[in-house]
Design a protein around this ligand. Structure first.
Ligand code: PHE
Ligand code: FE
Length: 284
């Protein structure tokens, strides 16, 4: 995800913050870390992830061992939906992030976590960015949503409303759940790239699971250091695109500027509560 505009562009990065992925530089140990993370999720996700996410893994041949080569991946992705993956050294400023998305380029960190960080790290690495985010970019509707989000980000920046819009990204792209014929399924990249949260988000009695509502989501604060206390559930990707693309956010931002924030664990009037959490469990 994007971060403060005060970040400094690392030496060697282009004006748009991209760097060559330099695929040959990965060590055997780094490829093995990817394989280990992949294997763990491959066991968990068939019964838990959205079918569109699982289809993306197949279309993009992500089960091929080792850290994916971004050029090869971009070729497949380009054929499916016209998206590309570009490498960056780490977090990038908001405006850079939005510009890439608006032009159907997904920025991915090119480093991988160390073996002792298999279960948790603060900064998005290549496993989170590629395994977590890229499969759904092969889905035409989700691909359009991500581009629309980039354009919406550029607009929100001019209006001083990034903080509200960022919550939409957080509770959909990163931590979203979706209904399916087989019950709730995962699609958020932050969940599907996490071994423990892949189980927690669907099966633990602790978090709330609430029907998606645009304004409600944009008022809700979120936690970056623990499992989510609330997950929002969309009906399907078409509905998500419909509710965001065809809504003018300007009047929403105005209303939100005066509305109090909602706490991450709160249930409020008007919520469609699918499960009310006990809020007893956290990561630690
Ligand atoms: N429709 C939004 C606006 O008017 C843009 C947007 C689309 C934002 C999709 C997020 C997701 O700003
Ligand atoms: Fe992410």
């Amino acid at each position: 995800m994007a971060e403060p505009a005060s970040l400094e562009r690392p030496e060697g990065a282009a004006a748009d913050w991209t760097v060559p992925q330099d695929w040959p530089h990965y060590t055997a140990e780094e490829h093995a870390t990817w394989d280990c993370l992949f294997e763990r999720q491959a066991k968990l996700l068939p019964a838990r992830a959205a079918p569109q996410f699982l289809a993306g893994i197949d279309v993009l041949r992500l089960s091929k061992p080792g850290i994916p080569d971004f050029d090869e991946l971009s070729e497949r992705l380009m054929q499916a939906t016209g998206w590309q993956v570009v490498a960056v050294p780490g977090l990038v400023p908001d405006d850079v992030f939005f510009d890439h998305l608006a032009n159907r380029r997904f920025v991915a960190g090119n480093f991988i976590r160390r073996p002792e960080q298999l279960d948790y790290l603060q900064e998005p690495d290549v496993f989170h960015d590629i395994f977590g985010h890229v499969p759904l970019l092969a889905h035409p509707v989700f691909a359009d949503y991500m581009q629309a989000y980039g354009k919406g980000g550029q607009r929100a920046q001019g209006l001083g409303s990034i903080a509200n819009l960022a919550r939409l990204y957080w509770y959909t792209v990163e931590f979203g759940l979706v209904r399916s014929g087989q019950g709730l399924r995962l699609y958020g990249a932050g969940i599907v790239s996490s071994h423990s949260e892949s189980v927690f988000a669907l099966s633990d009695p602790s978090p709330n699971r609430i029907g998606f509502d645009l304004q409600r989501v944009m008022r809700t604060r979120y936690r970056i250091d623990d499992f989510q206390q609330t997950y929002f559930v969309i009906d399907d990707f078409e509905d998500l695109l419909d509710k965001t693309l065809h809504t003018d956010f300007l009047p929403l931002y105005r209303e939100l500027a005066d509305a109090p924030d909602i706490e991450p664990d709160a249930i409020v009037k008007g919520d469609v509560v699918l499960s009310q959490g006990t809020q007893l469990r956290s990561r630690s």
